[in-house]
Design a protein around this ligand. Structure first.
Ligand SMILES: *[C@@H]1O[C@H](CO)[C@@H](O)[C@H](O)[C@H]1NC(C)=O
Ligand SMILES: *[C@@H]1O[C@H](CO)[C@@H](O)[C@H](O)[C@H]1NC(C)=O
Ligand SMILES: *[C@@H]1O[C@H](CO)[C@@H](O)[C@H](O)[C@H]1NC(C)=O
Ligand SMILES: *[C@@H]1O[C@H](CO)[C@@H](O)[C@H](O)[C@H]1NC(C)=O
Length: 261
C-alpha cells in the first residue's frame, strides 16, 4: 500500500543495534522529500525510535515487532517531525487513547496486519492533516463514526479484509477528498453494500482498491430490491432478504463469483 504515494529516492544506510535494525531511505510523498526508516524485528519500538534523531521530517514503519499496545507518549519526542508512521504485522491489539497526540504533521498512518477490533475517534484528534489511513487485515468490527470527522482530509482509506458490517454513511460521505477507497472482504450487509456501491460509483478512481462489492449485476439487484426508494430509506430487513434471495439466483444462474466476498 505504501507504494501508492511513497517513491523511494535513494537507499541511504542502516541503523543497527543488538536490538534489531532500521533501514533508511529517502522518499518522496506529494513532492516533499524526507527520510524514511523501516525497522525490523526488534522487541521495543520506543527504543528503536529513540535512536532516530528528531531534527528533520521523518517516516517510520515498524515491522514484525511484538506491540500488543501502542503506548501513550511514545512519539512525544518526535511529534512535530513525523510525516508517516506504521506498525505492520506487529500484533497490535490496543492503542492508548492519546498515543498519537500531537502528531499534527502526520500524513500517513499504516496499521495493516494487526489485531485491532475498532478504531476510536480519540486516537485521531490530532491527526487533522492525515491523508492516508490503512488498516487492512485486522479484526475491525465497528468504527467510531467520529473517526471520519477527525480526519476530514483523507484521500486514501483502506479498511479491506476486516469484519465490518456497515459504516456511518453520513459521516463517511462527508469525506469529500477521498479518491482511493479499499472496502473489499468485509461482512457488509446488503443494504450497506448498496450504499457503498453508490458512493464508490461516484468516485472515478475508487475501483483501484475496491473491486468486489461494486459489481454491476449486484447493483442492478440492489436497484430492484429498493424499488423506487433510496438505499438510505429502504427497510433493512426486507431489503437484505430480497438481495439474499436474488443474489443466490444470480450466482447460480450466471455462475459468477464476482459478487462474493
Ligand atoms: C499535496 O501538496 C499540496 C501543496 O503542498 C497540497 O495542497 C495538497 O493538499 C497535498 N495533497 C496531499 C494528498 O497531501
Ligand atoms: C496520556 O496522555 C495524556 C496527555 O498527553 C494524559 O492526559 C493522559 O492522562 C495519559 N494517559 C495515560 C494512561 O497515561
Ligand atoms: C453521487 O453524485 C451525485 C451527483 O454529484 C449526487 O447527487 C449523489 O448524491 C451522489 N451519491 C452519493 C451516494 O454520494
Ligand atoms: C421492516 O420490515 C419488517 C418486515 O416487514 C417489519 O417487521 C419491520 O418493522 C420493518 N422495520 C422498520 C424499521 O420499519
Amino acid at each position: 500500500m505504501i507504494q501508492w504515494s511513497l517513491a523511494v529516492i535513494a537507499f541511504i544506510g542502516i541503523l543497527a543495534s543488538a536490538n534489531g535494525y532500521c533501514v533508511k531511505h529517502t522518499v518522496n510523498h506529494n513532492d516533499t522529500q524526507y527520510r524514511h526508516y523501516i525497522c525490523f524485528r526488534s522487541t521495543d519500538y520506543r527504543e528503536s525510535l529513540a535512536r532516530i534523531s528528531a531534527d528533520q521530517p521523518t517516516g517510520v514503519m515498524f515491522k514484525f515487532y511484538p506491540v500488543p499496545k501502542i503506548i501513550n507518549g511514545s512519539f512525544e519526542s518526535h511529534k512535530g517531525i513525523l510525516i508517516d508512521l506504521g506498525f505492520q504485522r506487529c500484533e497490535v491489539t490496543e492503542i492508548d487513547d492519546h498515543a498519537f497526540k500531537g502528531l499534527i504533521n502526520l500524513k500517513m498512518l499504516m496499521l495493516d496486519k494487526n489485531n485491532l477490533q475498532t478504531l476510536k475517534a480519540v486516537w485521531f484528534e490530532s491527526l487533522t492533516n492525515l491523508n492516508t489511513l490503512s488498516v487492512t487485515e485486522n479484526q475491525l468490527q465497528v468504527l467510531d463514526p467520529e473517526v471520519f470527522v477527525n480526519v476530514p482530509n483523507l484521500v486514501m482509506l483502506n479498511i479491506g479484509d476486516n469484519k465490518l458490517q456497515c459504516l456511518d454513511m453520513p459521516k463517511f460521505r462527508a469525506l469529500t477528498h477521498l479518491k482511493y477507497v479499499g472496502l473489499d472482504f468485509n461482512k457488509w450487509t446488503w443494504k450497506c453494500r448498496a450504499q457503498l456501491t453508490e458512493f464508490l460509483n461516484n468516485l472515478t478512481d475508487a475501483k483501484k482498491l475496491t473491486r468486489y462489492i461494486t459489481c454491476k449485476k449486484c447493483y442492478n439487484v440492489y436497484k430492484e430490491c429498493a424499488a423506487d426508494q433510496s438505499f438510505d430509506d429502504v427497510n433493512e430487513t426486507t431489503f437484505n432478504a430480497c438481495a439474499d434471495e436474488k443474489m443466490d439466483k444470480l450466482v447460480i444462474q450466471e455462475n459468477t463469483k464476482d459478487c462474493d466476498d
